[in-house]
Ligand binder design. Structure first.
Ligand code: CTP
Length: 425
């Protein structure tokens, strides 16, 4: 694609305010020194709308950021690591990186970086399709810098590493390859595939945090299992503790219709995948959490799978004897929604049906009356109010009352009986 046409594509594909921001930054940068790089360029060439843009300046990102503040284009800047600055422009946060060279002391180590020109910056990247820059300078807006023939690769749907040591320098590129190949339907260039397979064992040189971050990005893709199958076929998963079972564990249900059925908005797909993996690891929970430094909600999701196996399933089966939504809710409320999503995907028909109801409806059920309403009805302050509210919630869950009037009647009945809340929910 020639510079004119990519300039037109930029105009059409970038959100108007983002385009305007890029143009204004381009105006205040020294001419021909500010570029859009990486995924956004690739996506524009593919006719996709990029979600965000990465900017690289040939020169000094700090200096450009200061000028952006001087010219009242940006509100605030914060210098960050690796010669990258963060700008707040309107409601947007943007990163601008200084073009740099990278050298790797040893496999898996963080690189030594130094300022350099845009061509060198492109040369340190993962794949030629991601190593294209487009100028956003006022004089040469849309000029394409493509030293590795990445435009060709994008058109041919190929992922090609830039040199034979690429996966030794940075083995996370193997996971990235799987992510891009499955998302974009690209294939690996034959030589790249040979390099990747040769260096597959280097995945164990990557630290747990970087590993987890790259896998999290894979889990959040539309079809993570496709990428996982690639990693398996390249021999990468053989070198990660617990991972040799992942594909067989995730495959069957990832392809089932059930996957699409329950997807609570407040659940991170990454956590669901760690929980799914936890269902495949037998007793190796600690190996899993240590290898990927799982923490926060991911950790809780994995721990909950363990808890389910140890105790949760038994309580669930007990709740089946009454079949009451409130009894199921009492059990399921102890578990992270992400873990429940995983159990929904892997469980038997009853478990799936009940968990779907819990995630979709029951966990949000609340009575219409609140504490003040109960005080106004003549109750006195104290723990009984909380107890009544909880019983009202259960009554709603079990469809014993359907609306506010029903709740009022029920409370009156309970008040008439003194403090004894009937166990009729
Ligand atoms: N990059 C790289 N090697 C890495 C990480 C990043 O070469 N290990 C480069 C690639 O050029 C990539 C760019 O940095 O395009 C930005 O990285 P990232 O935001 O991770 O990727 P995107 O291409 O923007 O990916 P996505 O489409 O998923 O946003």
């Amino acid at each position: 694609m020639m510079s004119n046409s990519i300039a037109v594509e930029l105009g059409q594909r970038l959100e108007p305010d983002l385009l305007e921001t890029c143009r204004r930054l381009g105006d205040i940068a020294e001419d021909g020194t500010l570029f859009i790089v990486g995924g956004a360029v690739r996506d524009i060439l593919l006719g996709r709308d990029p979600v965000e843009v990465d900017l690289v300046v040939q020169g000094d990102a700090d200096e450009l950021a200061q000028r952006a503040v001087q010219f009242r284009l940006a509100l605030r800047t914060a210098a960050s690591q690796f010669m990258t600055v963060k700008l707040t422009i309107g409601t947007r946060e943007m990163d601008i990186a200084t073009a740099r060279s990278e050298t790797y002391e040893s496999p898996g180590a963080l690189p030594d970086v130094a300022p350099s020109d845009i061509e060198t910056d492109l040369g340190r990247r993962d794949f030629a399709a991601n190593a294209i820059a487009v100028s956003i300078g006022s004089m040469d807006f849309g000029r394409v810098i493509d030293p590795h023939r990445g435009v060709n690769d994008v058109q041919a749907a190929v992922l090609r590493a830039l040199h034979a040591r690429s996966f030794r320098d940075d083995a996370t590129r193997m996971i990235r390859a799987a992510r891009y190949a499955s998302r974009l339907q690209f294939r690996l260039h034959a030589e790249t595939e040979a390099w990747l397979k040769r260096d597959a064992s280097n995945i164990s040189t990557v630290g747990p945090d970087r590993l987890r971050n790259e896998f999290n990005r894979l889990w959040r893709e539309e079809k993570p299992v496709e990428g996982l199958i690639m990693l398996q076929s390249w021999g990468v998963l053989d070198h990660l503790p617990t991972a040799s079972n992942w594909v067989s564990g995730l495959y069957s249900f990832s392809m089932s219709d059930r996957e699409a059925a329950v997807r609570p908005d407040d659940v991170d797909d990454a956590d669901v995948h760690w929980a799914l993996i936890a269902t495949t690891v037998g007793t190796e929970f600690e190996t899993l959490t240590d290898t990927f430094h799982l923490a926060g909600s991911s950790r809780r999701a994995v721990d909950d799978i363990r808890l389910w196996k140890e105790r949760g399933l038994a309580s669930f089966n007990e709740a089946k004897t009454t079949g009451r939504p409130s009894d199921f809710t009492d059990v399921l409320a102890l578990f992270e929604p992400a873990a429940l999503e995983a159990l929904y995907l892997t469980g038997d028909a009853t478990e799936s049906r009940v968990i779907a109801s819990y995630l979709g409806t029951w966990r949000h059920v609340q009575p219409e009356l609140n504490g003040n309403d109960l005080l106004e009805m003549g109750m006195s302050q104290g723990p009984l109010i909380g107890k009544f509210l909880d019983q009202l919630r259960k009554a709603r869950l079990n469809n014993l009352v359907l609306n506010r009037d029903g709740e009022v009647q029920l409370v009156r009945q309970w008040m008439g009986r003194g403090s004894a809340v009937a166990d009729e929910s």
